[in-house]
Design a protein around this ligand. Sequence first.
Ligand code: DLL
Length: 437
Amino acid sequence: MDHQPAIWNQHAECLPREQLLKLQLQRLQHTLHSVATHVPCYQNKFKNCGFEPENLQTLEDLGKLPFTTKEDLRLNYPYGMFAVPMRDVVRIHSSSGTTGKPTVVGYTKEDIQTWTELVARFMTAAGVTNEDIVHIAFGYGLFTGAFGLHYGSEAIGASVIPMSGGNTDKQLMIMQDYRSSALVCTPSYGLTLADRMEKQGIDPRSLALRVGLFGAEPWSEQMRAEVEQRLDIIATDNYGLSEIMGPGVAGECLCRKGMHLAEDHFIAEIIDPDTGQVLPKGDVGELVLTSLTKQAFPMVRYRTRDITRIDYETCECGRTLARMEKTRGRSDDMLIIKGVNVFPTQIEEVLLQIEGTEPHYQLFIDRINNVDSLEIQIEVNEKIFFDEMKQQRTFVVEAEKKLASVLGVSAKVKLVEPSTIVRHEGKAVRVIDRRQQ
Ligand code: DLL
């Protein structure tokens, strides 16, 4: 490594493992007490397996507790999983749920401080300093991406440009004029910016941009190489999910050999997604996370559905925190389209509300000029299919509007004749993902 950046919190990020495990156990006991006292969902879960927080003597005992899933969050919508009264909650964010209702998460003042600290950590690890001008091109709103990186940047003392998403030409103008040096967005939006720059004849070397902090969607090493070459930057990866906090759960240092997990705030387990068994260290499986310091929305053994592997070797950068590999997919059917989480079941629900559609549909996902596109082919009844063009058009526009409002991402609707979507004997093949990450 030719460049050794500062460490944001040397003590926490380089703790000897023995001390880290001790700290995890203390914090875990505290978290279990909190949820057992304040969250009925956990009270029931613990009662059903005869568990009392006092019984937890070692970190391994955590493996005896039941998992928490998105379904639990759905059943307790909106605030049922909160462990503090609303007067202590200072922020609410949310992300897509498996059905119509989103997942709602909350933060206390201290939770926001922890979040800020953890984002500042991985941004520092990626080389961001108070000299940087951080250009945030995530959408500000219920999504955790923009606010998370915003607070982290401010804590570092960098100058933040809260640009928000979209409006690519304006992004480029600001990037040129304001001399943005660190770019924050999804990797695919990074490539969209590169495309537009090429079209406008902007030479990336004429910009001040030097580093990119990309996250919120899966991307490959090939894609990283392309982003780096076309934007003339160093591209780093960071991972998180709303249920656990948002960005800040894990992030790469400049060695870029996996994302350092904030293990002093979360316990990571890898399980076999089919059996739920905890797998030995170093195996590939589904990541399960338990929060250790969160107050408003603690999570015990949350199934992230992300498939990965964890490396416990100390990194060349000196951090002792374990590193998670780039995710290798999901153990459920969630899709990430333009950085937005989409479940096929959400689409099904919308279609069920539209008269004239059959319960047969297929999603085609492509990446055209580095932008994800979603086409939904829907079987409709004969009447609609053979309707006048104008009526058909109205139908399509209505369906697209409804889908966009529920999914948070636009989709092109194509109507197909009854019985044209291939029927499979086993599971229906609903998703044809033609993107190459
Ligand atoms: O995407 C939080 C985030 C924002 C992370 C900005 C990083 C940067 P959700 O919208 O709840 O939260 O989506 C979480 O996105 O379970 C993964 O499947 C996927 N994901 C997030 N980061 C990465 C990444 C935010 N670096 C879901 N690589 C997660 C691959 C990622 N997948």
